[in-house]
Design a protein around this ligand. Structure first.
Ligand SMILES: *Cc1c(COP(=O)(O)O)cnc(C)c1O
Length: 228
């Protein structure tokens, strides 16, 4: 039977080992539990086990869970492809958006983020290994795009995100780290977040410098087939 507490213990151990092996402080790596397709009860259980950060891909599904979990001090991360007609609602409901890949989407998020709230944290998604089917901006455009997004009000560009080809993630993770270092020679305040690593490759991502891993299946078990 699936047991969230056991899975969390395993994932946390692996995260710590990967960090220590790379000479890094495990506490500098944020674990985002990807709860898409999971019921609110699974999030309550995960919060009880010590998790605070949750990742969702589908706005409506996330909104209904948020409504029933308002009493919990959770941090919500939007990870899915972002259509512009959903940007305003995402900007109001979430604390982070990892899937920004155009200035147009960033502008919509910025315009819709209530100034009374803390700035919305953004990651620029980069198609770091030039995949045909994946979203994300081309790496050559990332620096100019980052500078433009960093200048917008009500949002704070925190870093870069990528979902590399699972066949060969390590060089892609390394390339994303180098790209952030390059951007940081042009931008202030410096970007501090490398959102990279999922269930299958988070140890590799940590070895390559990830500061935030997004883990679903390894914590919650296989997803129901209602969503891909
Ligand atoms: C679904 C998803 C994840 C989690 O994937 P797992 O393989 O289940 O860990 C992470 N990041 C993004 C962007 C996702 O869409």
């Amino acid at each position: 039977m699936h047991n969230l507490e056991n899975c969390l213990t395993e994932v946390t151990q692996q995260l710590h080992q990967a960090a220590l092996a790379a000479g890094r402080n495990p506490h500098h790596i944020t674990l985002v539990a990807v709860s898409k397709t999971q019921p609110a009860s699974a999030i309550v259980q995960a919060h009880g086990a010590g998790l605070i950060h949750f990742g969702e891909n589908y706005l409506q599904e996330a909104q209904s869970k948020m409504a029933s979990l308002q009493h919990l001090p959770l941090v919500w991360h939007f990870l899915g492809p972002l259509q512009s007609n959903k940007a305003a609602a995402v900007a109001r409901a979430f604390h982070w958006v990892h899937s920004v890949d155009s200035l147009k989407i960033a502008q919509k998020l910025s315009a819709a983020r209530p100034p009374s709230l803390a700035p919305l944290n953004l990651c620029l998604q980069v198609n770091i290994d030039h995949q045909a089917t994946k979203s994300g901006c081309p790496p050559q455009q990332a620096c100019a795009l980052a500078l433009a997004i960093a200048a917008l009000p009500n949002v704070r560009l925190r870093g870069l995100m990528a979902i590399p080809n699972p066949q060969q993630p390590a060089p892609a993770f390394a390339a994303l780290r180098l790209l952030m270092a390059e951007i940081n020679t042009h931008i202030s305040p410096a970007l501090d977040t490398l959102s990279m690593g999922m269930s299958a490759d988070f140890a590799c991502a940590i070895a390559e410098g990830s500061t935030l891993v997004r883990i679903g299946t390894r914590l919650f078990g296989a997803r129901t087939p209602t969503h891909p």
